[in-house]
Design a protein around this ligand. Structure first.
Ligand SMILES: [Zn+2]
Length: 989
């Protein structure tokens, strides 16, 4: 559960006091480092956010809250000029060569308040007049073409005065034209690094990410671009909520200064501060903004349920306590008349207070200071980013960059290093992974985003398509026997594949990764000819096989199977590790990549064998756990032991597994039919994991209540500690504990872990019993498994744990690709998170749209019965739902599964006397989208409406605009509210 990074998108702006821990930078060859301070000449106070730049070079920095700055200048610029300026001060310019002290103190004179003509004019105008003029001048003053900017981002999080994590990045920014606020700005990561400090000081779990992020700074602070935004101070509709005071200021340019604070009608006033407007051009130059207490309270009340659940899960209470922000706009260096302004600098501070009695933290402050400074401007007229755009990625920038302590990190990027103060490194570098290779940094953000964009290849088709070479036979039995040489990381063995011929054939396709050599393929004791193309193997028979006949081929092979690539989703392989005592520990995970990465088979999800034998020979002293029942354990010559397992049900190829290690075993029985429960873990974890195994019976009881009986009773149920979590049929692996140290588990560890166990075990129903026929339909495995986690949270978190959990998944939806993949190409190596988060939200939304929990519950069990031990498509699932509900819901699933956009409820609100007139309709990709949804029909009371894509109107008595709400907790929808007459129709000013 993650606190949303876009916590503040509904406030426009804010401002801040940073506390950059600027250290003295290492002097590097060829660079001059100025580490100085800017001071107010009259008062001796520091000048925060003063610009310090090399004239005409696009090189610059900004002083921090205590007036200090660090600027690296190439030594060749020593004859250039340094300009220091700040709003409200007279700027000064000085030759760099004349700056003798490497720690210069620069004094700025405050600007005089003038009594010139403009000021006299100003007296005849109100602040509102000035604001209207400035808004009207936006198209003239700001770029009306797109612009590329390069910026330096820096963020520091601190717990009290202790640093928690610091991040730095160089970003390339796509700034959409100022007159096109509907076009989102884009952002690419050029280079970045972070430093994480010891978590022990605050003990918060890693998933709690209280960062602010470059994305928020970029998208939600440029108030000029968002001028028409509903809550924007400069939007005329909000003027009635503020009190304005107008004055003028003469620095380098004459400025109007508008002080603003909430007025009498303060309900919709979210900030106070100062706006600076250039008197000559009427351009907005700067805003200093601080959230009001009302705004702070509103933020704390938003998503209260989500926050309550998160607080309960994490035993943690987080209170937002404040937001400050400064946004500056600049003209290009040496600008002429007619040049356009652009956003040049954003600083933001926000604060939380944390209380967690279990961690002995009472009301402790957490602060986040962030800064985005533009360092290069241009070119203009650039196209939006088509790839690598992290502005659309909800993942905080912290997750996209790596720990990096190399002092030369920025030095390699000579064009931009001048802005760096090397403060991530700090004075006490943490000994850690020196992950210093830039290519790895870039790789982490330019993950393959799926072959949908890149185009599919013949190899994808061979892997994913059901051609006659595959569809003309049906596998009935696999007899897999492998020997695992752990020292050499080699597996060798045979697979006997028994199959029924469905259509006459003399050639068929099986699959085995091309890095795994085949020694021989035999049929009726004779070797067969075969050819290989990518990972496909085409086997030829000397004569045509008759339809209906039973055949068997035996494939003998050996090789070094691939290891997983964690940078690519679902890129599986063999894990070769050691346990804490130094014993070998080996596991295979291959969902997505496919079983053919380690054994030859018909690697298509549509065909499961009716049963299977899995024999695994391992070095003496180790055990192998596979699926189904252990039938025998045989000592073999040469210090080898063979474990023979038997699966008596159909099984997905990717679920066939081996887990080799020094395992301890415990057996129990469950239920009236005495289902055997086999639990395996490392011997040193038997006590530590007791609670996990003790939780199995209630878990199975809950899952059986919702989905029907455990699907594989003959094979028993096995749950094991493993290297990686995976839903291996009747041999569920829960991976390593989040905290694999010898210490006790925290409550958070146990909750997260149990949630994972429930997820994997739910796959026994969703994925293993009812399985998808093509990878494109895998979403329902993950959607239902994630949905099932809600049952656990409901039992673990009092009051609406499930509701809060599912609603919290909204923040995780990526929305880049539809939930349904591309058929016939095994489409899987892309960011598949939406199958989980959006998938579960879709199920939850459907349940609430259906509004008949009894029928919903019947259908869940019904699907399990109707499609028991079968492979199905999404259409089979929808067909079943349509049949049982007697209603065609194809439009619902079509919208949510085949499009990245979700339906938007468009609402127009008008107060008429004491009633509220509500006009509403759906905006969706699917024509005739018509989902019922819940809205407040009385204050704080939801009732259902039945919107279609045409406008409808209801009148709600005794309701005001602010009482109206759409139930976005139970319905995964967007809401767009227009209040056409909300300001002008009110005469209560
Ligand atoms: Zn899963």
């Amino acid at each position: 559960m993650q606190y949303p990074a876009n916590l503040f998108r509904q406030f426009l702006v804010g401002f801040l006091f940073t506390s950059f821990a600027i250290g003295t930078s290492a002097q590097s060859t060829g660079y001059l480092t100025l580490s100085g301070k800017v001071i107010n000449r009259e008062t001796g106070e520091p000048v925060p956010f003063a610009s310090i730049s090399v004239v005409g070079r696009g090189i610059g920095t900004v002083s921090n809250v205590v007036g200090t700055f660090v600027l690296k200048v190439p030594a060749t610029f020593v004859d250039d000029s340094l300009k220091v300026s700040s709003v409200g001060y007279q700027s000064i310019t000085q030759r760099i060569s004349a700056v003798k002290n490497p720690n210069p103190v620069i004094y700025l004179k405050t600007a005089a308040v003038t009594l010139d003509e403009v000021q006299v004019q100003a007296r005849r105008k109100t602040a509102e007049d000035i604001l209207r003029e400035a808004v009207a001048a936006i198209p003239r003053n700001y770029d009306t073409t797109s612009l590329q900017l390069t910026a330096f981002f820096r963020e520091d999080q601190a717990f009290g005065d202790q640093p928690v994590v610091s991040s730095e990045a160089i970003l390339s920014i796509y700034k959409a034209a100022y007159n096109q606020s509907e076009i989102k700005d884009g952002m690419k990561l050029i280079k970045g690094r972070k430093r994480e400090y010891d978590r022990a000081i605050h003990q918060l779990p890693p998933m709690i990410n209280l960062n602010n992020g470059a994305r928020n700074l970029l998208l939600y602070t440029d108030f000029v671009k968002l001028a028409s935004y509903k809550r924007n101070l400069i939007n005329e509709r909000n003027y009635p909520y503020y009190d304005f005071t107008l004055s003028t200021l003469k620095g380098d340019r004459l400025l109007y200064v508008i002080d603003f604070k909430p007025g009498k009608r303060k309900r919709k006033a979210f900030g106070s501060g100062k706006l600076y407007i250039d008197a000559q051009t009427m351009a907005f130059v700067q805003i200093e903004y601080e959230a009001t207490q009302a705004a702070v309270d509103a933020e704390n009340n938003r998503d209260w349920l989500l926050k309550k659940v998160a607080s309960a899960v994490h035993k943690l209470d987080l209170k937002f306590t404040g937001l400050k922000e400064v946004v500056k706009y600049s003209l290009p260096d040496g600008a002429d008349a007619g040049d356009r302004w652009h956003v040049s600098h954003v600083e933001r501070l926000y604060r939380f207070r944390i209380t967690s009695k279990s961690r002995k933290l009472i009301d402790r402050p957490w602060t986040v200071t962030s800064s985005l400074r533009v360092t290069e401007v241009g070119p203009k007229g650039v196209p939006p980013f088509t790839e690598g755009n992290i502005a659309e990625n909800p993942s905080p920038i912290n997750n996209l960059i790596r720990n990096q302590n190399d002092p030369d990190f920025w030095e390699n990027d000579s064009a931009r290093q001048h802005v760096s103060a090397d403060t991530v490194l700090g004075k006490n570098p943490v000994a850690g992974r020196a992950d210093s290779v830039e290519s790895r940094l870039l790789k982490s953000v330019s993950n393959p985003v799926g072959n949908r964009q890149n185009g599919f290849t013949r190899a994808d088709t061979l892997r994913g398509k059901l051609t006659p070479f595959r569809s003309h036979y049906d596998v009935t039995f696999y007899d897999l026997a492998v020997k695992v040489d752990i020292d050499q990381r080699v597996i060798s063995g045979t697979n006997r594949m028994r199959f029924r011929v469905l259509e006459p054939l003399d050639k068929l396709q099986i699959d085995l990764y091309e890095n795994m050599p085949i020694h021989q393929i035999r049929h009726a004791g004779k070797p067969l000819r075969y050819t290989r193309e990518f990972n496909a193997v085409f086997v030829e028979f000397p004569e045509m096989m008759k339809a209906g006949s039973e055949q068997e081929i035996e494939i003998e092979y050996a090789g070094k199977p691939q290891v997983p690539d964690l940078n690519v989703p679902m890129m599986g392989g063999f894990l070769w590790e050691k346990d804490r005592d130094g014993n070998p520990w080996v596991q295979v995970v291959c969902q997505g990549s496919g079983a053919s990465l380690w054994w030859p088979n018909k690697d298509h999800l549509s065909d499961e064998p009716d049963s299977m034998r899995i024999s695994v020979t391992v070095p003496d002293g180790l055990m192998n756990i596979s699926n189904g029942r252990l039938r025998s354990k045989t000592a073999l010559p040469g210090n080898w032991t063979r474990y023979e397992w038997y699966v008596s049900y159909p099984i997905n190829n990717y679920n066939v597994t081996l887990n080799i290690g020094n395992y301890a075993h415990r057996r129990e029985v469950y239920g009236p039919d005495s289902l055997t429960l086999d639990f395996y873990c490392m011997p040193y974890h038997q006590e530590k994991f007791r609670w996990v195994f003790d939780g199995v019976k209630p878990m199975l009881a809950t899952l059986e209540k919702h989905y029907g009986p455990y699907p594989f009773p003959r094979d028993g149920f096995t749950l094991m500690e493993s290297l990686y979590p995976m839903e291996h049929q009747s041999a569920v692996s829960f991976g390593k504990m989040p905290n694999d140290s010898a210490g006790p588990l925290t409550l958070v560890d146990t909750l997260r872990h149990m949630q994972l166990v429930w997820h994997e075990v739910a796959h026994e129903w969703w994925g293993n019993n009812v399985s998808c026929r093509d990878m494109a339909d895998m979403w329902f495995h993950e959607a239902f498994a994630t949905y099932s986690e809600g049952f656990y949270l409901d039992s673990a978190v009092p009051e609406n744990g499930e509701l809060g959990y599912i609603a919290s998944l909204r923040a995780q939806v990526i929305g880049k690709e539809p939930v349904i993949g591309v058929r016939d190409v095994n489409h899987i190596h892309y960011e598949i998170g939406d199958m989980y988060s959006k998938g579960a939200l879709v199920l939850y939304t459907f349940r609430h749209a259906l509004n008949n929990d009894r029928l919903w519950a019947e259908m869940l069990k019904g699907i399990q019965q109707r499609f028991r031990l079968q492979t199905i498509t999404t259409n089979d699932l929808i067909g079943y739902i349509n049949e049982k509900t007697g209603t065609d819901y194809t439009w619902f699933f079509d919208q949510y599964l085949n499009y990245t956009t979700i339906p938007t409820l468009e609402v127009q609100l008008t107060e008429k006397g004491s009633s509220l007139e509500v006009k509403y309709r759906w905006k969706a990709d699917v024509p005739n989208f018509r989902m019922p949804v819940a809205v407040t029909k009385k204050p704080d009371q939801f009732g259902r409406i039945l919107p279609t894509t045409s406008w409808q109107t209801i009148v709600l008595p005794n309701m005001e605009i602010d009482d109206f709400e759409v139930d976005e907790t139970r319905f995964y929808v967007n809401v767009e509210v227009e209040e056409p007459q909300s300001v002008s129709s009110r005469s209560d000013r």
